[in-house]
Design a protein around this ligand. Sequence first.
Ligand code: SF4
Ligand code: SF4
Length: 304
Amino acid sequence: MGQVLKAALYTMALAAGFVRVRILSPFDPAQGSPALIPESYQAGAPSLLIAALPYGNLQETVPIPPPGERAAYIAPFAQRNYYREGVKRLQKLGLSFRTQYGGRRSDFRILCNSPVPEKPLAQAAGLGVLGRNGLIITPEAGSLVIIAAMTLPFFLDQDGPEPDLHQAEPFPWCVQCDPVQPPCVRACPTGAVRGDGTLELTRCIQWYASGHGRTVPPEIALNWGNRLYGCTECQDACVHNQRTIQGVRSTEGPLPAYLDPVALEALSDEELKARFKGTALGLSWLGPQGIRRNARLAASRKQY
Ligand code: SF4
Ligand code: SF4
């Protein structure tokens, strides 16, 4: 029954747009990885479904604003709220699972953009492999995915790391790149990609753009460019993202590719909250101060 149920869940999840699906069974001491998942999530959840939702690289191409026009850029992954899209799709899946296989609504808890570290979960379940750029790379959609999970009230056999994904080599999917100066390391404008699967966060533009750090050091500000939100250089350079990668269509939290940073900077906290409510920039950890700081950095760019 377990294998049949698992196959049915996979089929339903893939039909819902997820590109890769795996099971972790945290309560099975023989197979599990209990330390990864807080107890509050483990209660009544013998298994966890982990899934990758692709946003891909086929977003509509937007013309670059003419020279002289102040325009701060929002990266494609933030032009829709793919986290919210992932949650909505998992909620629907949970409802379908419940209808067909039983359980209560509260048994299907969703972890998406949550405090639970998603990369170790994804690696443990074989959803993807850690790249030298510190991102999880999936076979189907490179690193152009968001990772989400949902607790399940029934036990399913855990998927381990797959042999083709995890070999003795620490970065099995990076073997085609120069280990010292791979494309992801070379592409980072601030030298934040160490090339060992970790980032020097205090050098990472995206880390600051997400609201971290009290101040942005001058050498990072110099390389900020016209970004309002989203540095993707280390992803764009990765050999696994060079092909055409289909993403899901989403209407959640649409944002244009460009916004006037000076106009944004002038908005009050309440106005900024209202402007970005429901979007990828509307998350509580970024806040109006973070958006205003990003806008100021983008506006201070010498040339538009
Ligand atoms: S997000 Fe940008 S700054 Fe951060 S590591 Fe990647 S390329 Fe470097
Ligand atoms: S660019 Fe090469 S080394 Fe860097 S993450 Fe991608 S595959 Fe790995």
